[in-house]
Design a protein around this ligand. Sequence first.
Ligand code: ADP
Length: 512
Amino acid sequence: MSMYETSGKTRRDRFNLASLFAALRSPATSARRPLLSIGRKRYETLLVWGIGLVVAAGIVVISTAAHHRDIAATVIYLTLLLMAANIVSLRVVIGVSLFCMATIVVMFFVDRGYQDWDSLTSFVRCLTALSAIGFLAARAKQASDALRQNDIYMTGAQRLSLTGSVCFSGQNDEMAWSEESARIFEYPPDMPLSRAMILARTPYEDHGLIDEMFARAARREPQIEVAHRLLMADGRIKHIHMIAIPLHDQTDRFEYLGAVMDITEHKQAQETLYRTQAQLTHICRVTTLGELTASIAHEVNQPLTVINSSADACRRWLDRSAPDMHEALGALQRINESARRASDVIDRVRALSRKSDPVRRAEPLNGIVKDTLHVVQHEMSHHGIQARLALSPHDPWVSADRVQLQQVLINLMINACQAMAAVDKGRRILHVSSHVQDDEVILEVADGGPGIDPEVLPALFNPFFTTRASGLGMGLSICRSIIDFHEGRIWAVNTERGASFLFALPLLARGA
Ligand code: ADP
């Protein structure tokens, strides 16, 4: 049995003698004392004695003056009925009932009622009726206390969790809600709720979501979920998440019971986390670019060298007594092409260092891989590493932020280069391959390094996990958050050659 089932059972209000006496005990000693008190504890003892004395005095006066114990019983009935009207606590109800019974018993013996048959039967009748009424009054009181207690717990929990309840149907505009829902929407709690009131608090752009919610209720869908914003009178924006399921009853009515959650703080925390993550991703990207400065400088330098030598050659062809226009034009064309190559490199680096929010659009994965290899090419040849490409002939397209995906590839390729730094030159081969499997494209970066210790494999993508003396341990963690953002998966395995890092991204349908 689960914890919840157990607590549910104890909460059920069962009436028995043990609980009746427990209610009479001091509240401090009662094991089932509620967390939130609903009784009027301070004056209770006084009240028990006060009412008890008044009732006892009434019984004594009536029984001695009128010699009619039925009148005394009537007084007691009335008193107990009044108590059942829920104006006193359970302890008072039980206390007064016992007090009255004790008074009747005392009066019976003082009057020597046992000598007279009529008095004896009247006494028994009176005592039986009194116990029955006392029992019923105490039971009713206990049930209403339990209800009140539940209400307090429920309202408290709704308040603490910023979750209100709402009831609506798809057939008409009738709605009802709890106090907390009214508080979330910032309406007075006793104001009857309507669809117009919800729309009045919803920004115009989100009206469609509310209309859709009612349309789904009209179609009697098994579950309705909607997330929308609220625009308060002072311009504040709140974020609401509502989830509702149908409530079936015996009648024809078809209603939904929903939980309305104010998720504004959660949303703000999520946005802050998202911004911080984006900043960290950017810082790491720029740091990686810093590590690649030599490669980038080399890549820019190459076309600049060609431009220089072509310009010299051009001048020489033109300086001749009979200028060779054909050769000069050829040199000019080489200058043009090299300038374009240098500018391409600079554009790529600038895009990588730019700080902008990630935007996903349709991109060819193979194209991104080839572009990225350009950036790390020099780094690889500097370490004597050869790249082997085996890209999917299907030219898979993905919905991706190009710069972020390049960041993942650069991280994986540089890690692979570092892993192969200590192995024989012949084994320093980086395999980059892609293939389509079902509705995903899988990209693999495999190296010929020492592989990954199986013990650290589960922690590999955790932030700050590193085995390198100068490592920060953020590279793979950032790769994972980028791939998560792309709704993909990333993982690592050991192969017979070394380590292999793979990620899978949802395949984009052609023309999407
Ligand atoms: P860092 O490179 O700063 O250590 P990463 O998050 O990029 O941070 O990598 C975390 C750890 O994963 C590395 O310290 C290393 O132990 C392990 N690792 C990453 N790539 C490889 C690889 N290709 N081969 C073996 N171990 C690797």
